[in-house]
Design a protein around this ligand. Structure first.
Ligand code: FES
Length: 151
């Protein structure tokens, strides 16, 4: 006589199936934790000392003396201006008054604000216009004929 509610032959296998799932889950969990730990312990990839904050602008030979090139670098646009045969400067292209994008006046060799008419000298100092701070000048290096600006 068969007991009520018991189906012979299936109950014996179910715990084995669940144990298999539990083992598989445990193995996957251990592998995942091991990979996370390994990636945490792995030293970061080293970059050049200049890091990611150096913008390669142009070849020195591509810049004409007295010419200013606007480099639209995200939220920090700047000018690259070749002053003479060996010197390049990189003043910010953002007005320190109301953050307008500046123009370059090649005839007067000044940086001009189209919003309020403020003027800056090439060294970033305020020449005229509303009272405001000087322009930021970014560091320029020339390596192997390539102009690089550190921002
Ligand atoms: S916004 Fe440039 S001088 Fe006022």
């Amino acid at each position: 006589m068969q007991e009520r509610g018991v189906v012979k032959g299936t109950l014996g296998r179910q715990p084995g199936v669940w144990m298999g799932f539990a083992r598989a889950f445990l193995i996957l969990w251990i592998v995942g934790v091991g990979m996370a730990l390994a990636s945490y312990l792995k030293p970061p990839v080293s970059h050049e000392a200049t890091g990611d904050r150096v913008v390669r602008v142009a070849r020195m030979a591509e810049l004409k003396i007295g010419e200013a090139v606007l480099v639209k670098h995200g939220v920090t646009p700047f000018y690259v201006l070749r002053v003479d045969a060996r010197r390049v400067i990189a003043p910010s292209a953002v007005c320190t008054h109301l953050r307008c994008i500046l123009d370059y006046d090649a005839a007067k060799k000044q940086i001009v604000c189209p919003c309020d008419g403020g003027r800056y000298a090439l060294d970033g100092k305020v020449v005229s216009g509303p009272k405001r701070a000087a322009l930021k000048l970014y560091s320029v290096t020339i390596r192997d004929g390539e102009v690089r600006v550190r921002i």
